[in-house]
Design a protein around this ligand. Structure first.
Ligand code: SF4
Ligand code: SF4
Length: 102
């Protein structure tokens, strides 16, 4: 066979770009998920739930700068989160739910 065509009807994927030297930006990871053809996916990273009391411990613990203020609470920026789990280790209020499968 000399040639072949490859057609993809549906897929999901992730762009994962790390800059550990922080040369190019003030954060070290850019992450973006995408899909086409009707496929669905979950966003990256854990989710901060209603138990959050806004203590800021997760914000201080996240070396990826992926936790941001959200009013008097906090939220995870899924485009910067590495899923390292450090925020869950420091939260004393059971306010950070596990990441879902891709
Ligand atoms: S450590 Fe827990 S309670 Fe404190 S701000 Fe983060 S999610 Fe909220
Ligand atoms: S899992 Fe890691 S990178 Fe993601 S928000 Fe928590 S501490 Fe930051």
């Amino acid at each position: 066979m000399k040639g072949a065509n490859f057609v993809m009807h549906a897929a999901k994927g992730e762009i994962f770009d790390v800059d550990f030297e922080k040369v190019l930006s003030d954060y070290k990871l850019y992450r973006e998920r995408f899909s086409f053809g009707g496929m669905e996916y979950n966003k990256a990273g854990p989710t901060i739930n209603d138990n959050c009391v806004g203590c800021g411990m997760c914000y201080k613990a996240c070396s990826f700068k992926a936790i941001e203020p959200d009013g008097d609470k906090y939220k995870v920026n899924t485009n910067r989160c590495d899923d390292c789990g450090d925020c869950q280790l420091v939260c004393k209020f059971d306010a950070i739910d596990e990441s879902k499968e891709f």
